[in-house]
Design a protein around this ligand. Sequence first.
Ligand SMILES: NC(=O)c1ccc[n+]([C@@H]2O[C@H](COP(=O)([O-])OP(=O)(O)OC[C@H]3O[C@@H](n4cnc5c(N)ncnc54)[C@H](O)[C@@H]3O)[C@@H](O)[C@H]2O)c1
Ligand SMILES: [Zn+2]
Length: 363
Amino acid sequence: MTETLILAARQGEHRYQVHVGPDALAPLSELAGATDRVAVVTCARVARTPAARRALAALKRTGKVAVVVTLPDREAGKTLAQLERSAVKLLAAGLTRRSLVVAIGGGAVSDAAGFLAATFMRGLPWVAVPTTLLSMVDAALGGKTAVNLPRAKNAVGAFHPPLAVLADPRALRTLPSRELRSGLGEVVKYALLETALLGRVTAAGAGCPDTALLAECMRAKLKVVEADPSERGVRALLNLGHTFGHGVEAAGQFERYTHGESVALGLVFAFRLAALLGRVGPLAVAEAEAAVAGAGLPTRLPLRLARRAAALMVHDKKRTASGLRWVLPRQVDGARWIVEVGVEAGPLAVAAAVAEIAGAKLP
Ligand SMILES: NC(=O)c1ccc[n+]([C@@H]2O[C@H](COP(=O)([O-])OP(=O)(O)OC[C@H]3O[C@@H](n4cnc5c(N)ncnc54)[C@H](O)[C@@H]3O)[C@@H](O)[C@H]2O)c1
Ligand SMILES: [Zn+2]
């Protein structure tokens, strides 16, 4: 029998618990019972799954559910128009600052519901019940909440850490395989940030990580968030693979590659770039590529798209005034590396890495 693990999360003055395992939802009734009303925020696709039904049933038993807000699926739910629609529903349902928002869904739902909780009546507590792999190991942790503007993802948001994160891995049983793989991109990222995890992540391959491995990934993220709660420095470590990765996502018009697939390509790119800069040896590149490929994620993309990704990544919002800064590994002994932020790389090295990831030879 798998046990439910409880992790202690700290973000500035705020402390909360992360429960992961088959009994993760157990605290829901107590959390809801301690408030005057509960607003559940979800989306239709998630609401139909057994995992969401279990969470909703547990909440309803407390008699505190005043409203269920069903957002449009994915990014369509992360808009200011939907924020207004949701806030109006909360107001009509009589929610106050003593009420609770519960987000049941993937990262799109937790980002939107978290931002609703951050702003409604100037802020009320919220609980995340993540239902995708990506939201369990990434989006629901760390307190970043946001909605999109038409041409800018996450452009309007707030830091508003949850009261608790309750992750039951059984929710992942209904997750489409492409969404699972997308989450695996972040799982591999944690393994490359914390090399002690590399063996376990490689062994787990393209399957669903078990409770213990999920908890390790969560710990890896929480550790970085705790060290840098408002994202001024080392939290940029979590962007490993994301500089080129964001370029890939844009180059594929956000359709051809999922976020996780783009991050996977970005991870390979980061290791190849680091090798070209003399920061790591070929073995580190091979290990990173093996972890990515083992998770069923791509390690190569067509040259045309790789070039386009490189051109688009300069539009990345995390770019500093002095130009692109990379998150790259550096070998510390024969076998291991550490990851560093704020690394510069010249255009020639970047062009060479673009050629390598496309499997092309430079002229
Ligand atoms: N706040 C942060 O720190 C942070 C970090 C990473 C990503 N994000 C955000 O997270 C979002 C992506 O999250 P995501 O990858 O979870 O995608 P998502 O929330 O868009 O969900 C992907 C799809 O899976 C469906 N789904 C969710 N759970 C399911 C389940 N258990 N069974 C079947 N279907 C299910 C959803 O309805 C949706 O169609 C993006 O908006 C991104 O910006 C935020
Ligand atoms: Zn990511």
